[in-house]
Unconditional design. Sequence first.
Lengths: 299, 467
Amino acid sequence: MSDETLLTHHVLEMRGVSKLYSGRAVLDRLTLCVPRGTVVGLLGKNGAGKTTLLRAALGIARIDHGTVTILDEPAWTLSASAKQQIGYVPQSPQLYPWMRVDQIIAYTASFYLHWNRALVERLVTQWEVPLRRRAGTLSVGELQKLALVLALGHEPALLVLDEPVAALDPSARREFLKVVLEIAAGGERTEIFSTHITSDLERVADRVAILQRGAISFFGELGELKDQVKRLAITSTNSLPEQFSLPGQISQRIEGKQALVTTRAWSPGMAGEIESQWHAEVEVQDLNLEEIFLELHDA
Amino acid sequence: MHDYATPDHALRENALPEVSRPGHWLKSCRYVGLTYLMRWRFWFFGIWYLLVAWPWREGSVTPFVLVTSMLGGILACFVALHLRRQFATPAAKIVPGFAGPHLAVGALVSGAIWIAVPGIGAWVRALPAWGPIGAHAPVGLLLALVVCWRPAMLLLAVAPISLLATATPVWFDQKSLPNQFIRGDFPEWSWAAIALAVTANVLAARRLVRLPEADTSASDDFSVEPAEEGRITGRWDEWLLRARDAAIRRRLADAGFGWWSVQRWRVPGAISWLHFALATSGGALLVAFVAWAADSRQAATAVAGLVSVAMVFAPVHCWHQRRGATQLEFMRPVTRGQYFGQAALAFGLDMLVWTVLAMLFAAASFSITHWGPFDLRFAVQLLVMLLVVVHCSLAFYSVGLATYRQRYWLSLMAGLCFGWLFAMLTIFGVVAETEYRGRFLLLAVTPLAALALTLAMVRRWRTGDVG
């Protein structure tokens, strides 16, 4: 891969980023490099720093250490042309309560050189966003949909969404995910979204970033994560000792001759090694993303 | 000797709910009291209230009672909002014994504001207590009103205008009716006012325990912005909003022309000629009413001056309503410097428009109320009035920028302190034709201070987090 390709390979680069609020490090020497054309799902507990990470990535929040580069520009001094390529939906979008929806859309469109009116009209119809109502009369879910429409209207190269479907009903969520997949198709656009709904992430994201204690504990393909994290049900002929542990162990429960162990360093040869060392039978269980997330955070 | 083996006795022993025990009740009151003590706004305005209430001077007490009742009114609004927040939660409906301590402490705080402080002042000055307390009864009434209906806070704006409606000579005349009332010369009226306020507070307490959760907003600041979802339908000012729709449409039609890079930030705050017409005609009606009711040109001039100052605050209110959208606005395709610079300029343009309108209104009102020869004295007084409007404009602009990221009430209070109070004193000076030359110095210093504060704020915005 040439140097030039390496330079532009990542749409977002965060290196050694720290952000403190009242002396507490919300982001702690965090490193995250998002390749172009990927859909990245950001997972983390409440208060883990997902919103702060996204705000720092966009230059909305000032970082205390490290560097953030987005679309090959420093995030803090993003140019107008770079922002033409970014769409952002905050966690609780606030607009102008006294303005009508159609006015807000027209106002937002006036800022962009490129605005896909047909796409906006389709989304508005599909999601039943009431054009003639004032923003102050919209429910939380309707406001979220409007904010998404505003973020998608200029067909940005990078879409950053902070809990975009938190307030959507299942039908609207499904529609939104379809749109996300459509936008991501072709690999020309990059999407980063934070969510608690792991099933949605599994459906659309091809990479997962797990934020834990202010840093990224895992970033990679979803399949890779699922290949690494497994739960092993071990049944031995003898009682297992309390010190029983496996490489990369996250959690364990031992009851006599049986043990239930979750490891994040699973390899195909591990089962054979356990069987021969402990005279045990090993059943390998696949975990879905929610179970992996719970295991990682409860550890 | 109790027989604890008897199930009935054991039940009786434990039948007394814990919340009914006196020790627990007092403990609950203490914790409720802490919810007031932990909020600095109560300390800030409470201390200010006491400081203003304390230096009772000889002579007319009325001007001081005016100021204390206004400050008491602000405190009363805070207490009312605080109570609303406490009662509009599921805990208020579910937790046993919730209402008692909260109402008791609320009553104590309320009583301290409009009964205890004026009562102590009366005792210090050897006045009958019912006089000053009766004069502060409107404060208690305001508290009760705000508990029941939050927009009643707007009455705070009515107070200074209605008080000035009886003109400065009246307030300084020891034999005037307001002075006599405050001194307790009309006990029946004083007690009637006190009884009315007490009754209103009792009714407000009943309202509180029935306050539905949907009736309050998550914010308890002074903003009268629309409440949460569903409660904005059928707004009484929908016809005004339609006028704004037309103004927004006109502004959007100018997209790309002229100074669009700055004008586009004014689109959400676009106001139609109807709003200007309403502001000026409403102000004119008020001035005319005061001139007729008080039979005093001086009172009308004072009110005209205050209406002009209120007009200049209008853009601060409009821009504060949209600060929640700052993050989204910042992510529009503009650089950081462009966003803050253009937004500050757009805000400045809005201020300029309203300042010009306010100056025209002040000049017209002053000319009408002081119909006579256009001599040097008239010209100087007119100039002072116009400079006061400009002073307030600069003060509100810089205060609006400085407090843009804070709660709305901070902007309101800061504007009150730095702009409105000075304006009131100067207008008093013009109306009473007292010595006011010293204020010219402040009027000259204000633009420099405003410019320095503005530049500091823009610089702070450019280096800090957005939203």
